[in-house]
Design a protein around this ligand. Structure first.
Ligand SMILES: Cc1cc2nc3c(=O)[nH]c(=O)nc-3n(C[C@H](O)[C@H](O)[C@H](O)COP(=O)(O)OP(=O)(O)OC[C@H]3O[C@@H](n4cnc5c(N)ncnc54)[C@H](O)[C@@H]3O)c2cc1C
Length: 520
């Protein structure tokens, strides 16, 4: 069975193909909703390991200061290990990057960008929302004193906008979520009340239950209590109700469920750190202290023998080679990077590392002179529900009523035509052209953009890991004498496309390393 509904979650002959299609056409929120429906979503990392004891040989070098590396280093430090983190960039966080004024990067084989937004404006180019069930990440926020605020996913004020045959006769029209909800419910309730009146439900319901059900349906669906029909009413918005057949044809209702599933992006509340997702990694950095972290340390090689490990890195500031020794290494760099390093892993392990693929994730933040979505459309966070080729277009859940704001103009986890190879200005124009169909003001209000295409970012070479199969995950989680991998790709419980996965992977590496070190 293959879904033909751009806004729907119906099954597909190939789950992966369907997820990919939703990602490129319908936006990542649809992918995540669909993944959730198939139980593919990230589970909480479970309880944090409780470890004790400190081995005599306890010098650990952690490679990479993303979420997984910071979790490993933070916990080892608490256990009394002599831990040191080596990070190629001049900041912590890795994929967790809140882009602000002055931030800059060059795309591999591409252009250099520098963010010119006003102070205080930012976009989370990687991780941006935390489900309330992700107790691993949220536990660290509590422990490290990271203030959180609500991240709004769903809002009745937000628009549906469909294009092409998939949207049927509603193509090209902006329709609020509240109109879709009210009209679908109203029409369906009217049908049900009429079925009760026509004695079509007599077999299923007693006379008393029919009476109570009718009262419920009339009240819930805003039906006229005399005529029992659904008509326009003020709270759904101006205009006549949209016909049921049009709504079904457009598939908008497939975005709705009775209650949101617990896992994934739909179950409220979700959270974001006040001031940017990078606040969590910065809190880890503060807790570790400056003496345990070296920036601008680009790992070149990792060797091991019976006595210990030797890591060679390039100090990218001074452009000089540096050597550092330890008892163990936890490699928390992306496997897309690890596979290119001179590292003493077995052939079996290296083959497994190379089989892990990474998503083609991209985000474009667009700063606006005026928060027109709030002022003109009364939209306060949440997303646009569209099949436009911009993935997920999203409104900020922070700094409401400020003068300026940053829209997430594009978020995709798969390629959108050849966009990633076009000049940055052409990618931004693509977003402006499509987004102006829903928000005609966007061109006048646009200030400047910052595009992050993770496949083309040095030290990432992709978005999140997509690890196929338990056997592969188990292989890359093995300890190879004094070296083990701790990046999110190895996550035993949560998936690598969540920070919870990075926490789960970090905890697994921590336990494996401690068990290995205590044996020496
Ligand atoms: C677009 C996108 C959206 C996401 N959205 C969410 C979300 O909403 N919520 C959520 O919880 N999660 C989200 N995630 C997932 C989350 O960001 C990741 O699971 C997590 O950040 C991965 O952490 P990590 O430490 O394994 O890897 P990374 O963050 O990649 O860290 C690896 C570190 O290694 C460093 N490094 C690389 N090469 C070298 C080298 N040669 N020498 C030294 N250091 C090196 C890097 O600079 C980096 O700091 C999202 C991911 C993406 C891509």
């Amino acid at each position: 069975m293959t879904s033909t509904l751009p806004f729907g979650l119906a099954g597909a002959s190939s789950r992966r193909a369907f997820l990919h299609r939703l990602g490129t056409i319908g936006g990542s929120s649809l992918v995540m909703s669909a993944m959730n429906a198939w139980d593919l979503m990230a589970a909480p990392a479970g309880p944090r390991p409780v470890l004790s004891g400190r081995p005599a040989k306890n010098r650990v070098l952690v490679l990479g200061a993303g979420t997984s590396g910071l979790v490993v280093a933070y916990e080892l430090n608490k256990l009394g290990y002599d831990v040191h983190v080596l990070e190629a960039r001049s900041r912590v966080g890795g994929i967790v990057w809140s882009v602000r004024k002055g931030d800059t990067h060059s795309e591999i084989d591409g252009e250099r960008q520098t963010c010119t937004w006003d102070d205080g404006l930012y976009v989370n180019a990687g991780a941006w929302r935390i489900p309330h069930s992700h107790e691993g990440v949220l536990g660290y926020c509590r422990e490290l004193g990271v203030p959180l605020e609500v991240f709004l996913n769903d809002s009745d004020a937000n628009y549906f906008y469909g294009e092409g045959a998939a949207a049927g006769q509603l193509a090209g029209k902006r329709i609020r979520m509240r109109e879709v909800k009210a009209d679908l419910t109203g029409h369906i309730n009217e049908l049900l009340v009429k079925a009760v009146d026509a004695h079509q439900l007599d077999a299923a319901l007693t006379a008393d239950d029919q009476k109570r059900l009718t009262e419920f349906l009339i009240r819930q669906g805003y039906l006229d209590s005399t005529t029992r029909t659904y008509k326009a009413f003020a709270d759904r918005g101006e205009g006549d109700p949209i016909a049921l057949t049009r709504l079904l044809e457009a598939g908008f209702g497939n975005r709705l469920r009775s209650v949101p599933p617990m896992e994934g992006t739909m179950a409220a509340p979700m959270f974001q750190p006040v001031g940017g997702m990078d606040q969590i990694c910065k809190a880890f950095q503060r807790a570790l202290g400056p003496q345990r972290l070296t920036f601008n340390a680009e790992i070149q090689s990792v060797h091991q023998d019976e006595d210990g490990v030797t890591v060679r890195y390039r100090d990218t500031g001074a452009d000089t080679p540096v050597e550092m020794k330890g008892d163990f290494v936890v490699a928390c760099v992306p496997l897309s990077v690890l596979s290119g390093l001179d590292i003493a892993l077995s052939d079996t392990m290296m083959q497994a590392v190379k089989r892990v693929t990474y998503s083609d994730s991209a985000k474009i933040g667009m700063s606006m002179k005026r928060r027109f979505w709030e002022e003109d459309d009364q939209i306060f966070g949440g997303h646009l529900y569209s099949n436009l080729p911009i993935g997920e277009f999203s409104y900020p859940s922070n700094d409401y009523f400020a003068k300026k704001g940053v829209l997430l103009g594009l978020y995709s986890n798969g390629p959108i035509s050849d966009l990633s190879t076009r000049p940055i200005a052409a990618r931004v124009e693509h977003v402006l052209m499509h987004a102006s169909k829903v928000h005609p003001q966007i061109r006048d209000e646009f200030e400047s953009a910052y595009a992050v295409y993770w496949r083309r970012v040095q030290y990432s070479l992709g978005g999140y890991a997509t690890v196929r199969g338990a056997a592969l995950r188990e292989q890359i989680s093995k300890v190879e004498n004094r070296i083990l991998i701790g990046s999110a790709a190895t996550a035993p419980r949560s998936l690598p496309d969540w920070q919870e996965g990075a926490v789960s992977a970090g905890w697994q590496a921590l336990e494996s390393l401690h068990a290995r070190a205590m044996r020496t």
